[in-house]
Ligand binder design. Structure first.
Ligand SMILES: N[C@@H](CCC(=O)N[C@@H](CS)C(=O)NCC(=O)O)C(=O)O
Length: 331
C-alpha cells in the first residue's frame, strides 16, 4: 500500500479544505483527520504552531501553513502541475493564491462572525466537531464559548463598524466579476485548477457553507456556485489557458480587487509592522480602512515578492501588473 499523508484539519477551516482539495486533485494518498480530542496527541507531537491544517508526512514530519504545504507537495508530486506554463498566468495564479488567503479571509471571517444567524451556525458546528460526544448541555455551553471567542476576534482581520460595509461591497463586486469569469471556463485559469483556485476557493467555499454569504453565492452567482462544488473534488477537464484568453475577465479582478484593494492594504500593513504601529489607516478604493496590523501577511507578502523576483523575464508580466496597480508592491 502506498504511504499515506494525514491532514489534521477542520471542515470550517478555509486553509484546511484548501489543502484537502489540493490532495484530492493530485490523488495523493491521504487521510482527513478532524482536529478534535481524538487527534490532540498527534497534533501536539507534530505541530510547531497552534494552527490547522497540519500535514503529517508518511515519515512522521509535520508541515504547516497551507502555501508552503502545497509548495512542498508540488515538489514531491509535480504532475499534474498546478502552475500554468504561460509565465504571466503562472505568476498571476500565485498572486491570486495570496489574495485569496489573505484578503478573501476578510470576507469569510467578517460574514461568518458579523450576524447572529451566522455566528450561531458556525459556533455550533465548531463545537460539535471538537466535542462529538458532548451532551446537549455541554455542547450548548461550548458553542457559546466559541461564539464569544470568535466574535471578539473579528477585529483581528480588520472587520469593524467602519470596514464592514467596505468588506461586504467588495465581496459583492468580486462575486459579479468571478461569476462572469467562470461563465466560460471550469477553473480560474482554464480547464484545470491552478494554485490561485485553491487559495481563493478555500475562503469562498467556507462562505458558501454559512447562511448569509451562502445565500448570496447560491442566489446570485451560478457559475461561482458550480466552481464551489467542482473544487471539492477537482479534476482536470482541459488545459490551462494563456493570459490573453483569460485577460478580458480576469484583468478586472486584478485591477478592481487585487490592485485597488488588497495591494494598498498589504503594503500599508507591512509598513505599520515595520514602524511598530498599534493601528494603521489606508485608502482602500475610495474609502479609508483602519485596523491593527497583522503579522503573518507581511511574511506571505515577502514570499510573494520572492516569487516575483524569480520570474526570469518580467517584460510581459509587468505589462499586466503595472496597469492593474499590482507592480509597486512587488518590486
Ligand atoms: N497561513 C496559515 C493560516 C492557518 C490558520 O489561520 N488556521 C486557523 C484556522 S482556519 C487556525 O488554526 N487558527 C487557530 C485558532 O483558531 O485557534 C495557512 O495558510 O495555513
Amino acid at each position: 500500500m502506498e504511504a499515506t499523508y494525514r491532514i489534521i484539519g477542520a471542515e470550517l477551516s478555509p486553509y484546511s479544505v484548501k489543502v484537502r482539495s489540493y490532495f484530492r486533485y493530485k490523488t495523493i494518498p491521504h487521510q482527513w483527520v478532524l482536529r478534535s480530542a481524538a487527534s490532540q496527541a498527534e497534533f501536539e507531537k507534530h505541530a510547531k504552531m497552534p494552527i490547522i491544517p497540519l500535514v503529517v508526512t508518511p515519515d512522521g514530519t509535520g508541515i504547516q501553513d497551507s502555501t508552503p504545504i502545497i509548495e512542498a507537495m508540488e515538489k514531491r508530486y509535480p504532475l499534474p502541475s498546478i502552475h500554468p506554463d504561460d509565465p504571466v498566468a503562472g505568476f498571476i495564479s500565485a498572486l491570486i493564491e495570496e489574495f485569496g488567503d489573505e484578503w478573501g479571509n476578510k470576507w469569510m471571517f467578517h460574514y461568518r462572525w458579523a450576524r447572529d444567524v451566522d455566528q450561531i451556525s458556525s459556533a455550533v458546528r465548531i463545537a460539535r466537531m471538537r466535542g462529538p460526544k458532548a451532551s446537549e448541555q455541554e455542547h450548548a455551553e461550548f458553542a457559546g464559548q466559541v461564539r464569544t471567542r470568535m466574535v471578539d476576534r473579528v477585529w483581528f482581520v480588520g472587520s469593524n463598524a467602519v470596514t464592514a460595509p467596505q468588506i461586504e461591497a467588495g465581496f459583492l463586486d468580486m462575486l459579479d466579476l468571478l461569476d462572469r469569469h467562470l461563465s466560460t471556463r471550469p477553473y480560474l485559469f482554464g480547464g484545470r485548477p491552478a494554485f490561485g483556485d485553491f487559495g481563493l476557493w478555500g475562503q469562498i467555499y467556507e462562505m458558501w457553507t454559512d447562511p448569509t454569504a451562502g445565500a448570496l453565492i447560491g442566489g446570485g452567482a451560478p457559475h461561482v456556485l458550480d466552481w464551489v462544488h467542482r473544487m471539492l473534488w477537482p479534476k482536470a477537464e482541459g488545459e490551462f489557458e494563456s493570459w490573453p484568453k483569460l485577460a478580458p475577465t480576469l484583468m478586472p479582478v486584478l485591477t478592481e480587487q487585487v490592485g485597488r484593494q488588497f495591494m494598498p492594504w498589504t503594503c500599508a500593513n507591512e509598513k505599520a509592522l515595520a514602524e511598530q504601529r498599534e493601528e494603521f489607516s489606508v485608502s482602500v478604493g475610495d474609502k479609508v480602512w483602519t485596523q491593527k496590523p497583522q503579522k503573518y501577511h507581511a511574511r506571505s507578502l515577502g514570499m510573494l515578492r520572492a516569487k516575483y523576483a524569480a520570474v526570469p523575464d518580467k517584460t510581459a508580466l509587468d505589462q499586466v501588473l503595472q496597469p492593474a496597480g499590482c507592480l509597486a508592491g512587488l518590486s
